[in-house]
Design a protein around this ligand. Structure first.
Ligand SMILES: [Zn+2]
Length: 296
């Protein structure tokens, strides 16, 4: 994170930019992603107006996007500390200064293990973070962190599922065999249960369930609980509570106003109802001796 001096002497410094490169992403990228990245920038909105989110997105061996790093920088940023992140700011000039092997597919080294220029990867990433782009900086950063955390977790579960051998019992049920006798699990895809209970508790298929889904050649997303789906979220909030006028504009009723609720005084294990109304239909506060007289 970088700060700049306040234009007013002796006042706190101002936030300028932040660059985030999680160790897990760094290690993951170096461990086996294709040696190529797509760099892109998208403008942020509302409270983050005139700042942009620069993202570095790579690709794993399964052609899924791998989010490597990101930065939030001011519009006129000329020194992000990440020369590579300037790609979309002044692309033609920037590219002319670079060796063709850095950006032209015809000049790619065979090390990249990739036959695409990743044009869609940044678009996919920008689509994922669409609803975070108009949020204040802390909310935005938390959402970005959550997206990374959730993707890393989901893909880890998939990898863990590879270590299990599914044995089909019937059309919906599988016995999932792990490396030891204590690592065997019963999965019922129809009733959405696994004996480890993780699926029932979270609504997200565990590694045993994923192994069964793969064996059945189904889509994992079809087994995620509906509460996680965007359509469910939309339905939850699609109804509005409409504004209404103040009491002075409410229609008058000819009915007698209802009485207030009963007041119950507890005495000696017995509940005794004490309701006293005044002429104005308001409650009269009973004195202690009056309550004692009723209880006696
Ligand atoms: Zn399980």
């Amino acid at each position: 994170m970088k700060f700049i001096d306040n234009e007013i002497p002796h006042e706190p410094q101002r936030f300028q930019r932040i660059y985030i490169y999680f160790a897990a992403c760094k290690l993951g990228f170096r461990a086996g992603c294709r040696k190529i990245v797509r760099v892109d920038g998208c403008w942020l909105k509302d409270t983050m107006f005139r700042t942009q989110l620069l993202s570095v997105v790579g690709m794993d061996g399964n052609n899924n996007i791998f989010h490597v790093a990101y930065a939030i920088v001011e519009k006129e940023s000329k020194d992000t500390g990440l020369d590579i992140l300037k790609l979309d700011i002044d692309a033609p000039t920037w590219l002319n200064d670079k060796d063709h092997s850095e950006w032209s597919m015809s000049h790619f080294s065979s090390d990249a293990k990739c036959d695409t220029l990743l044009n869609n990867l940044s678009e996919v990433f920008n689509g994922i973070i669409l609803d975070a782009r108009d949020k204040p900086i802390m909310t935005l950063l938390e959402k970005l962190r959550y997206i990374r955390m959730a993707r890393m977790l989901a893909n880890r579960e998939k990898i863990a599922a590879v270590e299990y051998v599914p044995r089909k019992s019937n059309y919906w049920s599988y016995k999932i065999l792990g490396a030891t006798v204590t690592d065997n699990w019963a999965v019922d895809l129809q009733n959405k249960s696994c004996s480890c209970r993780k699926w029932s508790l979270t609504g997200i298929p565990c590694k045993h369930v994923i192994a069964a889904i793969w064996a059945k050649k189904d889509n994992i997303l079809d087994y995620v609980h509906d509460c996680y789906k965007v359509e469910t979220y939309r339905r939850i909030y699609e109804n509005s509570i409409f504004p209404m006028n103040g009491p002075q504009l409410w229609p008058k009723t000819s009915k007698v106003p209802p009485l207030p609720p009963k007041i119950v005084v507890e005495s000696g294990g017995k509940n005794i109802e004490v309701v006293v109304m005044t002429k104005e239909h308001g409650l009269k506060q009973l004195e202690e001796d009056e309550i004692d007289a009723i209880v006696a």
